[in-house]
Design a protein around this ligand. Structure first.
Ligand code: SF4
Length: 318
């Protein structure tokens, strides 16, 4: 019987699920994805986590709990670096250790290391080391990895064409995205695309007649080029993408406004917030609103603020 491996529907799930799913399936593993985030998942994660942790990591813990009695192992990769010369958030570097330290009985944690800083050879060695748990055949591991890479490319193509990660993963039709206003949603993909975290913001905006742009709809080369306009290179990859998207929208005025969704207790987000606010002030091209979220964020307060922002944008456009 095949091993059953759980993949938490949180954090980097929104970036790499097709890669991870295909790679593991091709290695002969059955996949179980945790349920979409709910209040129960948030509460169970929050009760296990240190208070100072950011909400997305607390929610990730809740997804581990959601999976724990249904699988033989849980996939929690250690994503150190995804391009040379950069790092990811320190929480991603230590995520398997954080999971193992939780005061709850979890199944085995599978923690392949993804670290581009070590160069191609060592990167692939760590893929082979991980794959060896499932097959002795190096060729099969390589073939599984390449199948994952091609699934990931197909996924990114759908995102570029306007699908949300959830739509692209479920192979659903792209939801309508036409409105008299267009708002760019900047932020980490798990904040922008987990409807529970952001109180279903994308759906609400579309209902209010606003179309939505996200960083996934911008080609990576453009994100890179825009992020390079910072006087000092940011060494966190995912934050470079957030900055790249917002700078792109501000420079070519392709949106009417930008909402930056950030997590309370996230050091990177606090820094990016300052950078974006200062660029918005300097350019005076596209209004920017920051929406800070934590486990206590209330829907009524968020709706009032976003509606006021939209009213201001509509008034500005007259
Ligand atoms: S980047 Fe911020 S929000 Fe994301 S995991 Fe790290 S600390 Fe949490």
């Amino acid at each position: 019987m095949n091993a059953t491996v759980g993949i938490p529907q949180a954090l980097l799930f929104y970036k790499y699920y097709p890669l991870w799913e295909t790679f593991l399936k091709e290695l002969g593993v059955d996949i179980v994805v945790s349920n979409p985030t709910t209040k129960k998942i948030v509460n169970s994660g929050t009760s296990l986590a240190e208070n100072e942790l950011c909400l997305p990591v607390k929610i990730f813990f809740g997804h581990l709990v959601d999976l724990k009695d249904r699988v033989d192992a849980i996939f929690v990769p250690r994503v150190v670096s995804v391009e040379r010369g950069t790092y990811t958030c320190p929480k991603f570097l230590g995520l398997p250790d954080l999971a193992r330290s939780l005061d709850t009985q979890l199944p085995k944690i599978l923690d392949p290391v993804f670290n581009s800083r070590l160069g191609r050879k060592r990167f692939y060695e760590s893929i082979f080391d991980f794959g060896k748990q499932f097959t002795k055949s190096k060729f099969r591991i390589w073939r599984a990895w390449m199948a994952g890479v091609s699934a990931q490319k197909a996924y990114q193509k759908k995102l570029l064409a306007g699908a949300t990660p959830i739509e692209a993963i479920a192979d659903e039709q792209v939801s309508t995205n036409n409105g008299d206003l267009k708002i760019g949603l900047a932020g980490h993909p798990y904040n922008v695309h987990d409807p529970y975290i952001n109180l279903n913001l994308i759906k609400k905006l579309k209902k209010w007649g606003v179309s939505v742009a996200t960083e996934e709809m911008i080609p990576p080369k453009i994100l890179e080029h825009e992020a390079n306009r910072l006087p000092k290179r940011l060494f966190w990859s995912y934050e470079r993408e957030v900055v790249g998207a917002a700078f792109h929208w501000m420079r070519n005025k392709s949106v009417d406004g930008i909402i930056y969704i950030l997590s309370f207790a996230c050091g990177q987000d606090s820094l990016i917030q300052v950078l974006l606010e200062s660029e918005a002030k300097k350019r005076k091209s596209v209004p920017l609103m920051s929406l800070v979220i934590d486990e206590h964020s209330g829907e009524a307060g968020m709706i009032t603020r976003v509606e006021a922002f939209i009213d201001m944008l509509r008034w500005r456009a007259v």
